[in-house]
Design a protein around this ligand. Structure first.
Ligand code: GLU
Length: 305
């Protein structure tokens, strides 16, 4: 049950904000950035004499989706809001060797396997088995190549997901569970286009940076069980998780570029910060930006004592 208990409480607190540079920061992403920053600073307030770290990691692993220059723009927008990484930000595009080493470790232990199926092959196998279960439009891989490639050329690499529920406790959402093998299937670690998947990169980096507390948007909550399974397969610790409320777009979906998210105007950072704080259930603060951040750290420290 190590996934339920979360991280080793003796380790110094390290949190992070890990944006994908597919577009500038918008209100939804500022909510996650502010919450993770507040959580790190509140932890230090609740543990006098201890230091906490808050890191920014630019998740540009999915290069085809990244927009050049956006990583630097996000860092500037964060800095305008007073949110500055305690260490030089890490960029995932420079860390391919670490992801490859983790994949090789998983292959050597039998936890991962190469897959030669195209999307068409997967659709066909699912139709033959009479399974029609799209999940977020994704096909649940039926495990065809688990028993070997049978002469096919490897295209992607997948995790052999164990059956049964993965249970974890979220600091805001409470106890959660998901049977990854039934609801997601053997998910991709390295894609057919040669890029590493977010799931593998995020797990390798969270462990590599000694992240103890992950605070991010609720849209990522159902990725957590996949990440816990990967942590277990790689013999890495499981951090504690807190998933924050989402800002919704006009269509009721999570605010994103696709449904009209505006790039955050950080010319008046306190306006942007107050909007993000409201989503987190924190009272609006006037005065200086520093006053506001300090007041919210105190409120957060009370809430998550
Ligand atoms: N890079 C991911 C995103 O922007 C977030 C990753 C995470 O916080 O785990 O959606």
């Amino acid at each position: 049950m190590n996934g339920l208990l979360g991280s080793d409480t003796n380790k110094p607190y390290t949190g992070r904000f890990a944006p994908s540079p597919t577009g500038p920061l918008h209100l939804g992403s500022l909510v996650a950035a502010l919450a993770s920053w507040l959580d790190a600073r509140a932890w230090a307030l609740n543990h006098p004499g201890s230091r906490s770290r808050w890191l920014v990691r630019i998740e540009d692993v999915d290069q085809p989706r990244c927009v050049p220059g956006t990583g630097q723009l996000i860092l500037r927008q964060l800095a305008d809001c007073g949110l500055v990484s305690d260490e030089t930000p890490v960029w995932q595009s420079h860390r391919g060797a670490l992801y490859q080493a983790a994949l090789e470790q998983l292959l050597a232990s039998g936890a991962a396997y190469p897959c030669g199926c195209s999307r068409k092959d997967v659709e066909k196998a699912l139709a033959v088995a009479g399974i029609v279960r799209p999940r977020h439009g994704e096909l649940i891989y039926p495990g065809t190549c688990r028993s070997g490639l049978k002469g096919k050329r490897p295209r992607a690499w997948r995790l052999a997901t164990p059956t049964g529920p993965t249970i974890w406790s979220d600091r805001r959402l409470g106890v959660q569970q998901q049977d990854v093998s039934a609801q997601v299937g053997d998910f991709v670690l390295k894609r057919a286009d040669g890029f590493f998947a977010y799931q593998l990169a995020v797990v390798v980096d969270d462990a590599g940076q000694d992240i103890t507390h992950i605070v991010r948007g609720e849209d990522l909550a159902d990725n957590t069980p996949r990440q816990i399974l990967l942590q277990r397969a790689l013999k890495l610790p499981t951090p504690q998780y807190l998933h924050t409320p989402l800002v919704l777009g006009a269509d009721g979906d999570k605010l994103s570029k696709q449904n009209g998210a505006q790039a955050l105007d950080t010319s008046e950072p306190l306006v942007a910060l107050n909007a993000a704080a409201t989503v987190l259930g924190l009272p609006p603060v006037s005065g200086t930006q520093a006053d506001a951040l300090q007041a919210w750290v105190k409120a957060w420290a009370e809430r998550y004592r």
